[in-house]
Design a protein around this ligand. Structure first.
Ligand code: NAP
Length: 543
């Protein structure tokens, strides 16, 4: 069987009825010439076969001769949804091939049970992708590879589930190795599932994976305003539901991460934290890299425990990364060098690797200083006027950065207020500020009020930590950036205050990160536009 010329991103089409599957696959063909039909997701997979002749014609019509349909009917025992026997599974796959599918996916467990002869017969009908999936952990790749190789196949697919970043490096190193073997180059597909495994999906093609899988991009009609109802998020009716944990949609994989264009020489950056998937950082930094013509990518690096992270990061290898909750303090144990802002704040949010040494800075501090200078019309190095009084609401990490930022601007009178007086007392003792009760906010007047709690963040946008009479400041700076316009800022403006949005902080700190990593001027206007677009998308999409 001659090998088909395959695109590098395969879109997985799903649907419970033949009509849903057809609709999803037809939309997918508008994006990619390679579409996987998950027959096992249909309530009746045998019935879903009727879609294939029409889809096959549609594929040739929309995508030309090089279009390919891949049929999968994975058994429930192996992570799919098909409840029938192995004989029935093989029968469905053979029929799919007869009706026009160019490739079929058969899992190794079924192949082993069916035996050489039946597998060889199936391979005569269509190109065979012989697969193994582990939905819980990372399998021993080399030993599963040996098991797969016992059957002649056109492609081998090996997929595990990442629980730590080193699992991604294992999959990527495996790809590099098998592609280095003459006869095997271009025949393997490997990556990790799960949110932790997303970097391996993005980088797999750069290390030689024949292709990777994506879901169909969401269509505007699937967006709605407001958060999903709790029982809706994983509705089986949702045609854009990823077919596997961690699967990205085609547009994100191709346009944001440039998965098809990355190479082994691409510089790797990312966001380290837990959670990271819904951060707008990836959209902003990847757009900035592209705008400056850099061969670099910014990855979501889900890390629940920093143990072993440095080794994993060096295997990628990461050129630099942002750090978010909960690792801004813990990361200090892994770095070799810190600057003044990190030491003052006791936390870092940006790291770069230089000659095997990790250097850390805290751009949150600059993210607060820069918009304040602008709003208060302070020239570079000009301090705040004597007697300037600031109050910070909240006593977490961002409040700490705000204290350091205000000290950089020579503010002497900094008060802290929060919901837990003993935590506030500890914070003020450590940082040398004044504690203030919530009630006193009504009676005092400040030059600046900085809000640093999550109250009012999307999706709870109607909430506000303060009552209008507690907002007594000339300038109000809400550190929340999603939404950029919070209820607090609305109330503050109604009381005649000047306001600063947390989005200004986010952009200022991201711009500083970009400069620190690349040495180039950040494309700030573009970063702002992308941030606003992404915030709009995040608050509209169902998942
Ligand atoms: P954090 O370390 O978890 O601290 C959160 C603070 O908010 C704590 O003092 C906490 O009080 C208080 N808090 C939480 N829920 C509250 C509630 N329902 N009512 C009153 N107080 C409440 O978080 P963080 O890193 O400081 O972040 C705080 C905010 O700043 C978040 O909205 C975050 O998105 C924003 N932020 C923005 C940027 C940016 O670039 N714009 C950067 C960093 C952070 P307890 O101590 O009593 O729990």
């Amino acid at each position: 069987m001659t090998k088909p010329l395959l695109p590098r991103i395969c879109i997985t089409a799903t649907g419970r009825t033949p009509a849903e599957l057809f609709d999803c696959a037809r939309r997918a063909l508008g994006y990619s010439r390679l579409v996987e039909l998950r027959l096992d997701w249909a309530t009746n997979p045998a019935e879903a076969l009727v879609t294939i002749p029409e889809l096959s014609r549609e594929a040739r019509r929309v995508a030309g001769k090089n279009s390919q349909l891949l049929a999968t009917c994975r058994r429930q025992a192996n992570g799919g949804r098909f409840r029938g026997t192995i004989s029935k599974q093989l029968e469905i796959l053979e029929q799919a091939a007869d009706l026009g599918c160019d490739l079929v996916d058969l899992e190794i467990e079924s192949a082993e049970a069916a035996g050489d002869e039946k597998v060889a017969r199936l391979r005569q009908a269509a190109a065979l992708v012989l697969s193994f999936h582990d939905f819980e952990r990372m399998p021993r790749l080399e030993s599963w590879a040996r098991r797969l190789r016992r059957f002649p196949a056109d492609y081998y697919k090996l997929v595990g589930t990442a629980t730590r970043q080193s699992d991604n490096s294992d999959a990527l190193d495996f790809l590099t190795k098998v592609n280095g073997r003459g006869g095997e180059a271009g025949r393997w597909i490997a990556f990790c599932m799960g949110d932790t495994g997303i970097p391996s999906r993005i980088l797999a093609v750069s290390r030689g994976s024949r292709f990777v899988y994506a879901s169909c991009p969401p269509t505007p009609r699937l967006w709605r305003t407001g958060p999903p109802e709790s029982n809706e998020t994983n509705s089986p009716r949702e045609p854009n539901e990823p077919a596997a944990p961690g699967q990205l949609d085609w547009e994100t994989l191709r346009n944001r991460y440039r998965a098809e264009k990355l190479t082994r020489r691409t510089s790797l950056y990312g966001l380290v934290g837990c959670p990271v998937r819904h951060s707008i950082g990836a959209a902003i930094h990847n757009a900035a890299f592209q705008a400056r013509g850099l061969d670099a990518v910014y990855l979501p690096l889900l890390v629940s425990d920093l143990k072993g992270f440095r080794k994993a990061a060096e295997r990628y290898p990461l050129a630099g990364f942002s750090v978010t909750i909960p690792h801004k303090q813990g990361i200090l144990r892994l770095v070799d060098k810190t600057d003044r802002t990190v030491r003052a704040a006791g936390a870092a949010n940006t790291v770069r690797a230089r000659r095997n040494r990790w250097e850390a800075i805290n751009t949150d501090v600059e993210g607060i200083v820069a918009p304040l200078r602008k709003a208060l019309r302070l020239r570079a190095r000009e301090p705040l006027p004597a007697g300037f009084r600031a109050v910070i609401v909240g006593n977490g990490g961002a409040a700490r950065a705000a204290v350091v930022a205000l000290r950089e601007l020579r503010c002497r009178a900094i008060s802290i207020t929060g919901r837990n007086p003993s935590k506030v007392a500890r914070f003020t003792r450590e940082l040398g500020c004044q504690a203030l009760s919530f009630e006193r906010l009504e009676r005092e007047r400040f030059d600046l009020l900085v809000h640093s709690t999550p109250v009012g963040m999307w999706p709870h946008t109607g909430e506000c930590a303060l009552r209008p009479e507690q907002i007594n400041a000339r300038v109000v700076f809400d550190l929340i950036y999603n939404p950029p316009e919070t209820r607090l800022l609305e109330l503050a403006r109604a009381r005649g205050c000047r306001t600063i949005s947390g989005l200004d902080m986010f952009l200022a700190q991201a711009a500083r990160q970009f400069g620190y990593w690349t040495g180039l001027e950040p494309p700030i206007r573009l970063m702002k536009r992308v941030a606003l677009e992404e915030l709009g998308r995040l608050t509209q999409r169902v998942t």
